[in-house]
Design a binder for this molecule. Structure first.
Ligand code: HEM
Ligand code: FES
Length: 342
């Protein structure tokens, strides 16, 4: 097995990731400064800071956007998914240094408020090419701020997983704003064409990965089911690996059927934490373990083991001639169901 789920929930590993993020960011800035001063010795330190942190933020944003689809395509990326939030907050700080320095450099030295200056110094709002690109960066920064400020599990619990997820999906709006910011900025400030090349390549890569992940998900959804007197025929016992699940789409719900210790049990596929795909997890210590951040649920009742209180819906199964049938009506979250023995 390439992936050890214990690593995903292991704290010192998390600290290692944080160190890797910090060292990589530092290294990027140092290399950027060396390359800038080697090829362009007249560069001012302010411009260097603005460009180094702006480009660092956009590189990090691409990595963040790639982690989701990559981990859906290949299990080995899952441990990185666990640390995506820390990467997101670090990216926000890089963007903040870039935006803050730009605000200082271009808007704080006059006699009007910097925010007023940002919106009013270029009023070409009707122009496509001369549109005030810094305003777009500012709006993106506000979104990144909202995401970084609510990244802690405290907000996840208090805002509800649905609202939290919607808020965090705004990262795609921020991405579009930033692409427009950099494209227009490059035209208006005559910065390096390398930036545009990177953005185009980045956009193609991110869209390609998302499409590939969506294609894989559709393939899972097309796992064949057949109806028999209200029960849905799904697959044979042999088709499910031990301590693993197979996922089926029933009407609007995805259900994960787990096989473990000579038993079969079915639960709703969506983790209560951040909607992770439980059917891509495995059974560890008798519990279904979410592949994203390690939340656990008992397969026979969909309840997280005490002291945790999360619950997912369960489903009744039947076995006839080694063929598994499922009752498509979800039972209330946390309902005990006698597992089917094979
Ligand atoms: C208050 C918000 C922001 C302001 C005022 C701002 C301002 C600027 C300015 C003035 C430039 C041109 C710099 C130059 O080439 O001399 C620029 C470029 C850039 N900005 Fe922003 N920005 C903001 C937010 C952001 C955010 C949130 C990101 C990304 C996460 C970002 C990424 C970039 C990138 C990648 C460049 C191109 C840098 C390069 O050419 O090397 N900016 N921005
Ligand atoms: S989504 Fe975070 S543990 Fe399941």
């Amino acid at each position: 097995m390439a992936l050890d789920y214990k690593l995903v929930i292991w704290n010192s590993f998390k600290k290692q990731y944080d160190k890797i993020i910090a060292v990589s960011m530092l290294l990027y800035i140092v290399v950027f400064a060396i390359v800038t001063f080697t090829f362009n010795p007249e560069s001012s330190i302010e411009t260097l800071i603005i460009r180094a942190f702006g480009s660092l933020a956009i590189v990090m944003l691409h990595i963040i956007l790639a982690i989701g689809p990559l981990s859906r395509l290949n299990d080995q990326f899952l441990p990185i998914l666990y640390n995506r939030r820390h990467l997101g907050v670090s990216m926000f700080f890089a963007a903040l240094v870039h935006g803050g320095f730009s605000m200082f450099q271009f808007h704080a030295l006059g006699d009007v408020h910097p925010i007023y200056s940002l919106f009013a110094s270029n009023m070409d709002y009707n122009s496509l090419i001369n549109f005030p690109f810094q305003v777009l960066g500012f709006l993106a920064l506000l979104i990144l701020f909202a995401m970084a400020a609510t990244s802690h599990d405290f907000f996840l619990a208090n805002l509800s997983a649905r609202v939290w997820k919607r808020l965090h999906m705004l990262v795609y709006v921020a991405y579009v704003l930033i692409i427009a910011h950099v494209f227009l900025g490059t035209f208006q400030q005559e910065t390096s064409p390398f930036t545009i090349g990177f953005l185009i390549l980045g956009f193609i890569t991110i869209s390609g990965l998302h499409l590939a992940a969506a294609f894989k998900e559709r393939k899972t959804d097309s796992n064949k089911t057949e109806e028999d007197e209200g029960w849905i025929k799904v697959c044979t016992v042999d088709e499910i690996e031990n301590d693993r699940a197979k996922v089926f789409k029933l009407a609007n719900d995805r259900v994960a059927i787990f096989k473990y210790d000579g038993k079969l049990a079915a639960i709703h596929n969506v983790c209560k934490h951040q909607g992770g795909p439980l059917g891509e997890g495995k059974i560890i210590d008798g519990c279904v373990t979410c592949p994203w951040h390690g939340y656990q649920y008992l397969p026979n009742n969909g309840q997280s083991p005490p002291p945790y209180t999360e619950k997912v819906a369960t489903y009744q199964l039947r076995l006839k001639d080694a063929i598994i049938y499922i009752n498509p009506n979800a039972l209330e979250e946390g309902t005990e169901v006698e597992p089917v023995y094979f």
